[in-house]
Write a protein that binds this ligand. Structure first.
Ligand code: PLP
Length: 392
C-alpha cells in the first residue's frame, strides 16, 4: 500500500510545542517567577447561562423515550438554521435557513471543503495565515500561492490581477493579525474572484468582535452570493471551543464548473459527517436567542476591554500594531527590529510574559508578535505593566 505522499510536503508545525518547551524550561530554571500567558488563542470565560441551560435540557431530552433524538439532520436542525438566519438578519444580511449547514466547527469545515474541489486548483492564502488553510490543501496536493500582508498594506493583502487563483481563503477579522477588511476591500476580492471564476472561502470566526462599521459577513457585500462560501463558529463568539458548533453558508445559486456548490457540500457532509448532537444544537440556538445574545456580550466586552488595555499600552509606547479593535488579537511589530523569537525570549525572560512569535504564521510574520485578549483581566493589566516597564 501507499500512504498519501502529500503528507510528506507538510512543514512540521513546531510553533506551540516550541513555545511550551521554552516556557517550561524557563519556569523550571526559575520556579519563583510568575509567568503570564498572553499567547493563548482559546477562550477562558464560561458559556452563557442560556447555553448551559439549553445543554442540560437537551441532555434531559435524551434521557426520555418521548423526547429522545437519534441521528440529527446532516445540515442541522431547522430551528438552529433559522436562528442563524435571524442572527444574520440582525446585521442586515439575508441568508435563507436552507443555505446554512450546522457543523462541529469552522476548522473542520475550512479543512474539509477541499473535498469538493479538484486537486489541480490553485489556492491563494494571505500570509501570515491560519495554518489550517495551508496544511489541508497540501494534504490534497494543491499548489498554494501567498498574498503578502505587511506593514505597507496594514496586513490586508489585496488581489493582484496578474496572478490567477481558483480558491481564495480570506479571514476577517484575521487570525493572527486582527486586521479586518472594509466593504470596498472585500468588493475588490469579489470582483477578482468573479474575473477568475474562483471561489472565496471566507472565514468569519471572529465577526462577533467587530464594533466598527465593517462587514460582519462577506454576504454584506454585493456580488458575494455568486462567488463565496462563509464559515463561522460559536467558538469565539460564545465560548464553544470545547462544546463544538459552527456553520457554513453556501448561497443556493453558487455554481462552478457546472455544479452546484451547496449540493456538493451537502453530499460531502452526508457521506462523512453525522451531524452535531442534540444538546449542542439546543445550546447553539440558545446563543442566538435574545437572552443568549445579551449574555454573550458580557464575555465579548470583557475580551474587548482586555484588547483595549493592550492596544493603549502599545499606543503609549509608539509601537506599530494591527487588530485590538474588531478583534481579540493584537499583532505588533517587535521593537528595535527584533526577530519574532528573539522578542519572545526577551519578553519571557525579562518580563515573564508569553506571546506568540509571528514567524510561526508565515514568512510575513517574522518581526511580528501576537498577543491575545482571551486572558484574565488582572493578569492582562499586570502583563501590560511589565511590558511597559520593560520597553520604556
Ligand atoms: N478559523 C480561525 C481563523 C480560527 O482562528 C479558528 C480557531 O482558532 C478556527 C477557525 C477554529 O474554529 P472552531 O473552533 O470552530 O473549529
Amino acid at each position: 500500500m501507499n500512504i498519501n505522499k502529500n503528507f510528506d510536503n507538510l512543514v512540521p508545525n513546531y510553533l506551540f510545542a516550541e513555545i511550551a518547551k521554552r516556557v517550561t524550561d524557563y519556569q523550571t530554571a526559575n520556579p519563583d517567577k510568575d509567568i503570564i500567558r498572553l499567547g493563548i488563542g482559546d477562550v477562558t470565560l464560561p458559556l452563557a447561562p442560556a447555553a448551559t441551560e439549553a445543554l442540560k435540557k437537551g441532555a434531559d431530552d435524551l434521557s426520555k423515550k418521548e423526547t429522545f433524538k437519534g441521528y440529527p439532520d446532516y445540515e442541522g436542525y431547522e430551528f438552529v438554521r433559522k436562528a442563524v438566519s435571524d442572527y444574520y438578519k440582525s446585521f442586515g444580511v439575508e441568508i435563507s435557513p436552507d443555505e446554512i449547514l450546522i457543523s462541529d466547527g469552522a476548522k473542520s469545515d475550512c479543512g474539509n471543503i477541499g473535498d469538493i474541489f479538484g486537486a489541480d486548483n490553485i489556492v491563494l492564502v494571505t500570509d501570515p495565515v491560519y495554518p489550517v488553510y495551508v496544511d489541508s490543501n497540501i494534504m490534497s496536493g494543491r499548489s498554494i500561492i501567498y498574498a503578502d500582508c505587511n506593514k505597507y498594506n496594514n496586513f490586508k493583502a489585496m488581489p493582484d490581477k496578474n496572478i490567477h487563483a481558483d480558491i481564495i481563503y480570506l479571514c476577517s477579522p484575521n487570525n493572527p493579525t486582527g486586521a479586518a477588511y472594509t466593504k470596498d476591500e472585500l468588493k475588490a476580492w469579489i470582483d477578482y474572484a468573479m474575473e477568475n471564476d474562483a471561489v472565496i472561502l471566507y472565514d468569519s470566526a471572529y465577526e462577533a468582535f467587530i464594533t466598527e462599521d465593517l462587514p460582519r459577513s462577506i454576504f454584506a457585500v454585493e456580488g458575494a452570493r455568486h462567488c463565496a462560501v462563509e464559515f463561522c463558529s460559536l467558538s469565539k463568539t460564545a465560548g464553544f471551543t470545547g462544546t463544538r458548533c459552527g456553520y457554513t453558508i453556501i448561497p443556493k445559486e453558487l455554481e462552478r464548473d457546472g455544479h452546484n456548490i451547496y449540493k456538493l457540500w451537502y453530499r460531502r457532509q452526508a457521506t462523512k459527517f453525522n451531524g452535531v448532537s442534540w444538546p449542542v444544537q439546543c445550546a447553539a440556538a440558545a446563543v442566538f436567542s435574545e437572552e443568549g445574545q445579551k449574555q454573550i456580550q458580557v464575555n465579548l466586552s470583557y475580551y474587548r476591554e482586555n484588547a483595549k488595555i493592550i492596544s493603549q499600552a502599545l499606543d503609549e509606547l509608539g509601537i506599530y500594531y494591527t487588530g485590538g479593535k474588531n478583534s481579540p488579537y493584537i499583532w505588533l511589530e517587535c521593537p528595535n527590529g527584533m526577530g519574532s523569537w528573539e522578542f519572545f525570549d526577551l519578553l519571557l525572560t525579562k518580563a515573564n510574559v508569553v506571546g506568540t512569535p509571528g514567524a510561526g504564521f508565515g514568512k510575513n510574520g517574522e518581526g511580528f508578535f501576537r498577543l491575545t485578549s482571551f486572558g484574565d483581566r488582572d493578569k492582562t493589566i499586570e502583563a501590560v505593566k511589565r511590558l511597559k516597564d520593560f520597553l520604556s
